[in-house]
Ligand binder design. Sequence first.
Ligand code: NAD
Length: 500
Amino acid sequence: MTKTFQNFIAGQWSAPESGAYFENRNPADTRDLIGTFPLSNSHDVDAAVASAKRGFEIWRNTPAPARGDVLRRVGDLLTQRKEEIADLMTREMGKPLTETRGDVQEGIDTAYYAATMGRQLSGRTVPSEMSNKWAMSFRRPIGVAGIIAPFNFPLAIPTWKMFPALVCGNACVFKPSEDVPHTGHTLVEIMLEAGLPPEVIQLVHGLGADVGAPIVSHPDVAVVSFTGSTQTGSMVGETCGRMHKRLSLEMGGKNAMIVMDDADLDLALDGVLWGAFGTTGQRCTATSRLILQKGIHDNFLGKLVERARGMALGDGRKKGTDVGPLIHESSRAKVERYIDIGQSDGADLLCGGRRPDGNKFEHGFFFEPTIFARVEAGMRIEQEEIFGPVLSVIRVSDADEAFRVNNGVKYGLSSSLYTRDVNLAFRAFNELDNGITYINAPTIGAEAHLPFGGVKQTGNGHREGGWEVYEFYSETKVGYCDFSGVLQRAQIDNYLGTPD
Ligand code: NAD
């Protein structure tokens, strides 16, 4: 029998106001129905925000180290249930088990890091310019946080957002992606089991327009954290700008790996296959452009095409699968549109570019790893985020040209350079316009305790992960305490000796 899941609002698992539900199916085999989930609307969001406001009053008055202790227990529970969560995540999202295990591990790492941050939410104490007066800054929670997540890291990304928000003392209204609602459900179950007071977390399932947009525009949601496409992020940004809300945007990417003539080519080959075709190319940090220096271009490309052709497509829950399905049919249709665009713009399709043959692929959204060569900087397949297993290869003469190509797109998430030249490596840190640059590693591989995010149209200046995200989820407040017993006027009484 199909299981029906509910929202978690006002401390209870409850049906949506509409009474309607949507289906969650396995993208590797759409005959496999995982469950039905609430099609919520703005009434559900209103109830969730009202409850979160009550939760906030309790939580803000809970000492931060005690808040951190709850996150430590969340980390323990995620560790205990890692295999089960990974399996269910692959079932609803498609990426192979090795990757979903990594996704859960990132949540575990984020939980334990958050636990330690409960004892480190520091401000500064600095000297006052007056005698017998103290001056200091400290951090306060903000209020209700609206958390809107994408489908591709079903557990890790919600944890990046919610765990620091909670340690800082905020309450969360969480909308998981409608493509991966089951992982969102499991995460909330675990947070409650770990001892989070019920009204501190609200889970509202549903579509972006019906649930995401009302969360963003709700006057009592003080801070919004969004990860998703640049297009959706622009809409979220407009609303938050108009309403003067604090907002973190993490959006699209068009990430390049540069391989120089002096690189370790076998290492680069492993890196590009993992970067381009892991998660079926559905990562914000996916390697979607490969910039090859002319001396190694032909040789490297030949080996790459051979290896890409040998990648095993299939159900991510089956051993030996390298590449799972795309998330849904519309994603596959989008990839197919870009195959046509690439060809009509004059790029050479070297492999892939099609749905695989065979019965085992019949009921899933599979697409073959695809490589385009003779791609020119400026072509649409070189500029636009495709979000599928499509790699565009660009040939360059030297490092200057490679860096120019890397920087010539509107996105700026991650970049990668393979070289043995240490001077060039440090030039890349300085000159590549990205939030993250990897040397001798692919464009993916962020660790939970470092800031994560991009420049240009990938982000709006904030970072997730590491220590910086704690600043996003808290307000700096300054306290002055004058214990002199007299009126001391700053900038005036301490300069009385200065002639007019
Ligand atoms: P998406 O923009 O379609 O959806 C993201 C979330 O926003 C979903 O929960 C969706 O329901 C919600 N949403 C949709 N319309 C909304 C609206 N009008 N108001 C508020 N919320 C709304 O993105 P997706 O397809 O789930 O994810 C893929 C995109 O996410 C890619 O562009 C990828 O690069 C990006 N991404 C970025 C990062 C990063 O850290 N930079 C990480 C992962 C994914």
